[in-house]
Design a protein around this ligand. Sequence first.
Ligand SMILES: CC(C)(COP(=O)(O)OP(=O)(O)OC[C@H]1O[C@@H](n2cnc3c(N)ncnc32)[C@H](O)[C@@H]1OP(=O)(O)O)[C@@H](O)C(=O)NCCC(=O)NCCSC(=O)C[C@H](O)C(=O)O
Ligand SMILES: [Mg+2]
Length: 282
Amino acid sequence: MRMRSLLYVPGSSPRFLEKAHERGADAIIIDLEDAVAANEKDAARAALGRSVAMVGRGGAQIIVRINTHDVPAMLADAAAACEAGAQALYIPKVSSPDVLHRLDAHLRPLEEAANRQAMRFAPLIEDPAGLLNAASIAAGPRVFALSAGGEDLATSMGAQPTPEVLRVPKLMIHYAAKAAGVLSFGLLRSTADYADRQALAAAIAEAKDFGFDGATCIHPSVVPLLNEGFSPSPEEIERARRLIDAADQADQAGIGAFTFEGKFVDRPIVTRARALLARAAG
Ligand SMILES: CC(C)(COP(=O)(O)OP(=O)(O)OC[C@H]1O[C@@H](n2cnc3c(N)ncnc32)[C@H](O)[C@@H]1OP(=O)(O)O)[C@@H](O)C(=O)NCCC(=O)NCCSC(=O)C[C@H](O)C(=O)O
Ligand SMILES: [Mg+2]
């Protein structure tokens, strides 16, 4: 399943929710957390059934970002997301796997009673404790993806969310995701400056080179950039096909390493080409 673009939509904004399914995002994250004012959170949760149905009309994966600042709110959000038919939870401010176990135990009987598929978890790491526990968080129950919340991460450290500040923590979280074999979402910079398209395109190209699978965004204008940027280009696909043909011929001739279009090729390079074609196939 492709998850190049994940569009955040505040769960309290009917104007945004109404057309979110037309924006082309692979996944839509209905936010109940920081984009929703405190006095609107109960109403956003109560409306979740309608919101999930509305944003799901285009076939995107539907994810709900729950609150984790207090346990009753967290459990109520998770139960509402389950009842609404969301496929996954975005779980903010995860500092250790404990919260994932708590949610897993809470959801299991609800899912069984309603005969629903298990919702998957995407923890969001947003403080230094979470950063240092990233490997155990990535290996937690139901986890399918990991990402960093750059704004909260910087804030929790008394830092500014500049690319220099965010680069190392975001890469640490990325490597934890890769070590656990789960998806890794993000860019090596803050996503708050969504209007600078040139900088965004460069950041997306960089993230793709690092092996990130996709990224979240807060505005629909970024979705096409993510979809294009995290997809293999036609040139990359053509080259991968030629390289695999050449590798198959070399294999039949009993040759493991060879020169292809002026460059050295051996097994990991062929594996990379096959992975690129698999990604292109969706
Ligand atoms: C950033 C925004 C507040 C901008 O809002 P606004 O100025 O009203 O947008 P536009 O006028 O440019 O909108 C143009 C059209 O696009 C639609 N729109 C805009 N945003 C969205 C959206 N997110 N989803 C769906 N549709 C959207 C408008 O309706 C307009 O369409 P039309 O009506 O047809 O003309 C706003 O974009 C926004 O609120 N974005 C979401 C913010 C959010 O969810 N933030 C939380 C996630 S990020 C985070 O929490 C950080 C992380 O945790 C960390 O710590 O780093
Ligand atoms: Mg945050």
